[in-house]
Design a protein around this ligand. Structure first.
Ligand SMILES: Cc1ncc(C[n+]2csc(CCOP(=O)(O)OP(=O)(O)O)c2C)c(N)n1
Ligand SMILES: [Mg+2]
Length: 196
């Protein structure tokens, strides 16, 4: 099915499908409701929630992927976040970390702050990633396509970008209750596990 057809999922539904497939990967989640939803759906020590700093998530994931080449790093990003730091797409495409999967939940709005429209309906972020040099880029919307492409990316050499078109629905999820210092401690421990 073409990605512009079929039933659109909420971000939480799409995220739940991805989280079911994750095992020991390191996951960095962008600020706003994506972090709240991921925490509600499946909190784990190897999740790092970027509370507050919009646009920073992909850069953190990229640095981690470059410094931990034996681990898979997955970034859960938003369209507004990606637009804010589009240079990170260029850096990722140029440096080509093989262990990096960039998931963009594209609802075409700054959903966490009241659905102000973003430019992602005009600027195709998947095409920007392709032009920048990402190795695999897919645009999906149906659940079965999300699962199929994500599985494929988990088994492939990156950098990969999965653009998931989602609706504007927000899951009723509380703020992430973990103190940043504690989250950093537990995340570092998860990164170090088995590598020393
Ligand atoms: C530098 C900065 N500007 C603005 C904000 C306020 N803010 C928090 S989340 C968000 C929207 C992020 O949009 P997107 O990445 O598309 O995620 P969505 O909320 O749609 O899930 C905004 C504007 C912020 N946290 N930091
Ligand atoms: Mg958005």
């Amino acid at each position: 099915m073409r990605p512009e057809e079929g039933v659109m999922q909420s971000r939480a539904q799409a995220m739940a499908a991805l989280l079911e497939l994750i095992t020991d990967e390191l996951v960095i989640i962008c600020n706003g409701f994506p972090s709240r939803e991921a925490h509600k759906l499946r909190d784990r020590d190897a999740n790092f929630y970027m509370i507050g700093s919009m646009g920073a998530t992909a850069g953190i994931g990229l640095g981690l992927a470059l410094s931990q080449p034996e681990k898979k790093v997955i970034v859960f990003d938003g369209d507004g976040n990606v637009l804010m730091s589009m240079g990170t797409l260029a850096t990722t495409g140029a440096l080509k970390p093989r262990n990096f999967i960039h998931v963009v939940f594209d609802n075409e709005v700054y959903g966490s702050t009241g659905n102000q429209p973003t430019y992602s309906r005009i600027v195709a972020l998947d095409k920007v990633a392709s032009a920048a040099g990402y190795a695999n880029v897919e645009r999906v919307r149906e659940r079965e396509d999300i699962v199929y492409e994500f599985k494929d990316m988990l088994a492939s050499e990156g950098p990969s970008l999965l653009l998931i078109k989602v609706n504007e629905q927000i899951e009723d999820a509380d703020r992430v209750p973990i103190e940043p210092s504690e989250m950093t401690r537990r995340f570092k421990a998860a990164v170090d596990k088995g590598t020393s």
